[in-house]
Design a protein around this ligand. Structure first.
Ligand SMILES: *[C@@H]1O[C@H](CO)[C@@H](O)[C@H](O)[C@H]1NC(C)=O
Ligand SMILES: *[C@@H]1O[C@H](CO)[C@@H](O)[C@H](O)[C@H]1NC(C)=O
Ligand SMILES: *[C@@H]1O[C@H](CO)[C@@H](O)[C@H](O)[C@H]1NC(C)=O
Ligand SMILES: *[C@@H]1O[C@H](CO)[C@@H](O)[C@H](O)[C@H]1NC(C)=O
Ligand SMILES: *[C@@H]1O[C@H](CO)[C@@H](O)[C@H](O)[C@H]1NC(C)=O
Ligand SMILES: *[C@@H]1O[C@H](CO)[C@@H](O)[C@H](O)[C@H]1NC(C)=O
Ligand SMILES: *[C@@H]1O[C@H](CO)[C@@H](O)[C@H](O)[C@H]1NC(C)=O
Length: 766
């Protein structure tokens, strides 16, 4: 993922009509589209689930430099805007460029592939490669760096895939490949933004002349130290050191081509001298890390192999079934779990969370194969757009579910198979597994896996399966760390899919409580340890419209209080007390960690607490929310957590992990050691402040949830000396939101720390 710069300069060039190649294309560019009713010659439309208007001239008006017209695309769930080249491909180009307009929440990921080479598809990241915020009133450029992809494949297809189940509408213009690098395109020899960080650091973004930078507070001029640290990647910029610490006031930064200004508010005091306690490093996990480098670049210690697909994982053939996610079709999981462990987890110096199959069937080693053939069972309400014979299992005739024959696409599976599989795994693979989870969302299997588990899961049947899976794993690995019940979500923490009678028949006891109570009873009676971690999935309803407005983003950022705060009423559905069981304490207040710790103490003392799926977006707000949540997990002593879904490389959410953990080769991050309990010196709706130590060094992370104002703290107890400063976010404009920036700084002790709007800043003693 590459960050791009200098939006301001680019736009001003366009506005001033400075002679420049059309939208910065030049004679060597390979054009995909530059106006008119069709793609440029040599390109084919390989899209799916997209409605197009080619030759679009509606709003917003297209600057003449970007061509005569644009492509308006409306996508449905997970659609792909996909174009294939048939005259030589684009492997020799260095950058893919296009301009986009749309809602600020637009979510697409770009991948390229060589259609003749299986497995050649590579992800180039998301729209966070675009310069500035996507808006419906203008176009912004997006630059994707092709120089980082593997040589060899004759790349000839590009796909912008919707990363949302909701319809999205975007306008794309001036799509081309160029032999220029990203830096060459955007280098305009000027600065596009300035931001204050930490104690005395000033970041100038762009490629201007740092010797011409002047800083003043009101009418007082502040010296700028001549030494500076140049930043080439991921974004051009320079870090300068000002002569005195930042204090409250209005600042003006002057450079050769203009000025920037910002206000630093009064400082809130805090002290980093509290007692410390261990951080469980398993809180810093993700789902499905794509490769080892991804794990290394953010020191991520845990990666989960789980989710709906893995319920039907056949360890002998590596086949899985995509279940209700995609027409119950079998497909191969390339290399299976051994590849995940040997090629990703182990070389990534990480450990795995592995979800074991726990229904009565796993996928047959055969594809194509699908559970609900139209030819066999009749016309269905939906069919795979690529395969009219693969239905969704619901009849058109009367809306009933089909009771299919599982042997069409599955083979039987039992707890004995589970024991055999795990005991015969090579020891080195087994040891790479840090946590085993009891299936995935067993409680809603009748929907997700209707083709093999059509009967709603009752309290009793869920318990039986959990116990038999746990016993089977324990038999193979006596010291395994076993997590369950890996419940899907709020409603099923209390209820089973078998209906409200089921709870009544169990004396009105909420389902998770009942499962824990009975698992503990079984464990005692049979003298076997069943469970080590209470694992629940959690995706709070934010009550947010995700419209990208500041007000809506504020809701998303407040929402981290659901993890801990007994005074915080959930802002969406779960905040309504009527949807809670009658006798649950503090209905409407989720306070996930304290609530479930108490439940553990009451029903199954000694268990750890985990959430192998916890949710949030990948945009800047998602990144800030992730950084805040990871800080909360450390402070509140959560044990296991893996973020769902993909934390894509290059996104702000990925930057949140890197922020706290650093990357391989850095000395270990204090955030992998002990938490320092400090006074709560902030309003949790506006900020997050968390500290850690590895006994030698202290580190702190400061998260500013305000979209436009700086925040500032006076921190006692951070010793004077050298620190690493890492940050991501939105210091004014011009810096790609997922860009991971780092610089070494010197703090003078008793330090003032300033944090730009919508940014997260990390400081660790070197
Ligand atoms: C491109 O493909 C999509 C999806 O198949 C289709 O809806 C659309 O009409 C096609 N557009 C053009 C211009 O061929
Ligand atoms: C900014 O000023 C420098 C001279 O200091 C000049 O070389 C450069 O072209 C200017 N950039 C813009 C975008 O005006
Ligand atoms: C729906 O139609 C199927 C196939 O004809 C039949 O087997 C099933 O019983 C029907 N369901 C209902 C509720 O009538
Ligand atoms: C399950 O175990 C039985 C009995 O050993 C074996 O025949 C069968 O192949 C196993 N199934 C799978 C999917 O491994
Ligand atoms: C209320 O919850 C407790 C568990 O704390 C349970 O034992 C009891 O049966 C529940 N009673 C009702 C009426 O829901
Ligand atoms: C700073 O302290 C004031 C006064 O206690 C408080 O109102 C404000 O929310 C604090 N700022 C932050 C960012 O927490
Ligand atoms: C910061 O200092 C550390 C330790 O001295 C060093 O390894 C690292 O390269 C420095 N980083 C930068 C960006 O200069």
């Amino acid at each position: 993922m590459v960050a791009a710069t200098a939006l301001v300069s680019l736009l001003s060039l366009v506005a001033a009509g400075v002679a420049s190649p059309v939208g910065r294309r030049d004679a060597t560019s390979k054009v995909v589209y530059n106006g008119g009713a069709s793609l440029a010659s040599g390109w084919e439309n390989w899209s799916w689930s997209v409605d197009y208007t080619f030759g679009y001239t509606g709003s917003p008006a297209l600057p003449a430099t970007l061509g005569s017209s644009a492509i308006q695309a409306t996508t449905s769930a997970w659609a792909g805007i996909s174009f294939k080249n048939s005259d030589g491909g684009f492997a020799s180009y260095k950058t893919f460029v296009f301009w986009i307009s749309g809602k600020s929440t637009s979510a697409f990921g770009l991948s390229i592939e060589d259609v003749s080479t299986a497995g050649s598809s590579v992800s180039l990241g998301t729209l966070s490669s675009c310069v500035g915020a996507i808006s419906e009133t203008s176009y912004i450029p997006c630059y994707f760096d092709l120089t980082k992809v593997a040589a060899g494949p004759a790349y000839n297809r590009l796909t912008l895939q919707a990363q949302s189940p909701d319809p999205q509408s975007v306008v794309l213009a001036n799509l081309y490949f160029t032999t220029q690098t990203v830096a060459e395109i955007v280098d305009t020899h000027s600065f596009s933004a300035a931001a204050a960080f930490g104690s005395n650091t000033l970041l100038m973004i762009g490629t201007g002349d740092p010797t011409k930078v002047k800083v003043s507070r009101g009418s007082t001029s502040i010296g700028v130290e001549s030494r500076y640290q140049k930043q080439e990647t991921p974004v051009a910029g320079v870090y300068l050191r000002i002569a005195t610490s930042w204090i409250a006031g209005s600042y003006t930064i002057t450079h050769a081509n203009g000025t920037f200004s910002f206000d630093i508010p009064a400082f809130n005091a805090t002290t980093v001298n509290g007692p410390s306690y261990p951080i469980d490093r398993r809180i810093f996990g993700v789902n499905f890390p794509p490769d080892a480098k991804y794990l290394q670049d953010a020191n991520i210690p845990l990666g989960r192999w789980g989710g709906n697909l893995m319920t039907s994982y056949n360890p002998s053939t590596y086949y899985v079934n995509s279940a209700a996610d995609w027409y119950f079709e079998n497909r191969i999981s390339e290399g299976g779990l051994p590849s995940f462990l040997n090629s990703i987890i182990k070389p990534g110096s990480s450990r795995a969370v592995v979800s074991v199959p726990g229904l009565d069937w796993v996928a047959k080693g055969q594809a194509p194969c699908f559970s609900y053939s139209v030819a066999k069972y009749g016309a269905q309400q939906k069919t795979d757009p690529y395969n009219a014979d693969a239905g969704n299992g619901v009849l058109v005739s009367n809306g009933s579910r089909i009771f299919n024959d599982p042997t069409d696409c599955y083979v039987p599976w039992s707890p004995a198979n589970l024991t055999t599989w795990i005991s015969t795994m090579p020891a080195a693979e087994r040891e790479a597994v840090g946590v085993w989870t009891l299936e995935n969302e067993l409680d809603i299997a009748d929907g997700t896996h209707a083709d093999i588990m059509p009967v709603p899961m009752s309290y009793k049947s869920e318990l039986d399966r959990l116990v038999s899976m746990a016993v089977a794993i324990r038999k193979a690995v006596p010291n395994a760390v076993i997590a369950g019940p890996t419940s899907c979500c709020f409603w099923f923490w209390w209820h089973s899919a078998a209906g409200s009678d089921d709870m009544a028949q169990h004396d009105g006891v909420g389902k998770i409580r009942w499962l824990l109570r009975n698992m503990q009873a079984y464990a005692k009676t049979n003298k076997v340890k069943l469970l080590d971690v209470l694992d629940l999935h959690f995706n709070p309803d934010t009550g947010s419209s995700s419209d990208g407005s500041d007000a809506d983003n504020a809701i998303r950022l407040k929402n981290t209080r659901n993890w801990w705060d007994p005074t915080f009423t959930c802002l969406g559905y779960e905040g309504q007390t009527t949807v809670w069981p009658a006798n649950e304490t503090l209905p409407g207040k989720i306070m996930f960690i304290p609530r479930f710790r108490k439940l553990i103490a009451e029903e199954y003392p000694g268990l750890s607490l985990g959430a192998t799926e916890w949710y949030g977006g990948q945009d800047l707000v998602g990144g800030l929310q992730a950084a805040d949540t990871l800080g909360i997990f450390a402070r509140e002593q959560m044990n296991v957590a893996t973020r769902w879904y993909g934390v894509d490389y290059g996104t702000p959410t990925y930057a949140a992990y890197w922020l706290l953990l650093g990357s391989k080769g850095n000395t270990a991050s204090p955030f992998l050691s002990k938490y320092i309990n400090v006074p709560r010196c902030f309003n949790p709706d506006l900020a997050g402040v968390y500290f850690a130590t590895d006994s030698k060094r202290k580190a702190g992370v400061f998260i500013n949830k305000d979209p436009s104002k700086y925040q500032s703290w006076k921190v006692a107890g951070l010793p004077a000396g050298k620190y690493t400063l890492r940050h991501f976010g939105r210091p004014n404009t011009g810096l790609a939101e997922g860009a991971r920036m780092t610089v070494n700084v010197t703090l003078d002790g008793g330090s003032n720390i300033v944090v730009p709007p919508y940014s997260a800043v990390y400081l660790a003693q070197i």
